[in-house]
Design a protein around this ligand. Structure first.
Ligand SMILES: [Zn+2]
Length: 445
């Protein structure tokens, strides 16, 4: 898979697909807001137009608007308790959704629209109509009005899910100081999935860029960039109470667990097919971050595929970030890649950019890698939901896997146990530190 993906040159990788989506929105203010939220997600994958005179592949009719084209048509409607996206105009009440619920439903609307517009066998199947009942999200409408106090928390990872987390957080009352921890620079393919990044941000430090670009959305939050990894951050600032984890790799997640944060909120994407949300508080008898993202043979295979595909050693891949030497080696072996463009990037990010984004054939039969911003967006939204659930005492589970191409199913939430050979929980020394650092604090809280 990687070898074929490397056949794609850098310009074609993460390129928007051809064709346009016409968006027609009803006049209600909440409807226009929802349409804008959906457009922001679609726009990273295909061009969006509001002009019916354009040549369009699919028209998305949001709210009670009248369709304006003869193109294939999809209807998306939303009320306070649900959103429905289907081929016929669905019936909904005339109540207003909470903007965070609307942001979550925007991901489903984007999935359905792209599925219809791209119509490719490689994509997961979408069963229409998609209904998103907000009660499946496991949080009451009232709990969304609670303030989130960010003091003592750090956002680790300023990539697609980190961006999406802040995009979601702007819909609730967040307060305090939030460090953003990321050692990398914005890569060429990043703006396609990172909603706060633009082409002008490429090569600038991710943490600084995200803090700067997201700040206008947060009148009560100070976003403080830290250009380094979580280990450096903890070395400088001491043990950390709350880690909001949005990094790309399983290995880096386990390294974060080894820093023994008191509380973890984590969200990840498994290519474009699944979103996983995990949270726990130390000391815990149940799964930690390293249990959830334990070292799996699949991961070794993935590292071997990266090493083999890029023509570098396995040890280099395990360094997590692409060093100058590795970048030169990779560039030497692959005509389409420039060393400067990939130095400092995470191997997992490069892997995602090159092959985990869905490989699709363009109209001319060329292979293109389509970015699906809505998948990361869903992960970011569900992370905010998880923080609010925990804060308002509505969470008794630590794991949830959601299909971004379908409806969220609340019953799939579970409480994952520790695994026997966890590289954190199975080491008495680590468990003792977690206990010593956080037991009293968690009992006092
Ligand atoms: Zn563990």
């Amino acid at each position: 898979m990687l070898a074929s993906a490397l056949g794609v040159d850098e310009d074609a990788a993460s390129a928007r697909l051809e064709g346009r989506i016409l968006v027609t929105a009803g006049e209600r203010a909440s409807c226009a807001d929802w349409a804008r939220e959906i457009c922001d997600l679609l726009d990273r994958t295909m061009s969006v137009t509001r002009d019916p005179a354009d040549d369009v592949k699919v028209e998305l009719v949001v709210g009670d608007a009248v369709p304006r084209s003869d193109a294939k048509r999809l209807y998306a409607r939303i009320d306070a308790s649900k959103a429905v996206i289907g081929l016929e105009p669905p019936k909904v009440a005339s109540t207003e959704p909470h903007p965070l619920f609307a942001a979550i439903a925007a991901c489903s609307a984007a999935a359905a629209t792209l599925s219809l517009a791209i119509d490719a066998e490689e994509l997961p199947k979408v069963g229409l109509p998609i209904t998103v009942p907000f009660d499946q999200l496991g949080i009451s409408r009232e709990a969304l009005d609670a303030s989130i106090d960010l003091d003592g928390a750090a956002l680790i990872g300023a990539g697609a899910v980190g961006n999406a987390f802040l995009r979601a957080l702007r819909h609730v009352d967040a307060r305090g100081t939030l460090p953003i921890v990321d050692p990398k620079a914005v890569g060429g393919g990043n703006p396609n999935r990172c909603l706060y990044f633009t082409e002008a941000d490429v090569e600038h430090p991710k943490a600084e860029t995200l803090a700067r670009n997201a700040s206008p959305d947060f009148p009560h939050v100070a976003l403080i960039p830290f250009n380094g990894n979580f280990h450096d951050y903890v070395a400088k600032n001491g043990p950390h109470r709350t880690a909001i984890v949005t990094v790309d790799s399983r290995r880096v997640r386990r390294a974060i667990q080894a820093e023994v944060p008191g509380r973890v909120f984590d969200a990840s994407t498994t290519d474009i097919r699944a979103v996983v949300v995990h949270s726990h508080r130390q000391p815990t008898a149940n799964a930690c971050l390293s249990c959830i993202y334990r070292h799996v043979p699949d991961e070794q295979a993935r590292e071997r595929a990266i090493a083999g595909g890029l023509g570098i050693s396995l040890d280099m891949v395990r360094e997590s970030l692409i060093s100058a030497d590795a970048a030169a080696l990779i560039a030497g072996a692959h005509a389409g890649i420039q060393a400067a463009a990939i130095e400092g990037m995470a191997y997992d990010s490069l892997f995602k950019q090159l092959c985990a984004e869905q490989a699709l054939k363009s109209a001319e039969g060329k292979q293109v890698l389509a970015p699906f911003a809505f998948v990361s967006a869903l992960a970011g939204n569900l992370l905010v939901v998880e923080m609010l659930r925990v804060q308002t005492g509505q969470a008794d589970t630590n794991y949830w896997q959601v299909d971004p191409w379908g409806s969220p199913i609340g019953k799939l939430r579970s409480c994952r146990p520790r695994i026997v050979d966890c590289e954190f929980c199975s080491i008495p020394h680590f468990v003792a530190i977690a206990d010593q650092l956080w037991r009293e604090k968690s009992e006092a809280a």
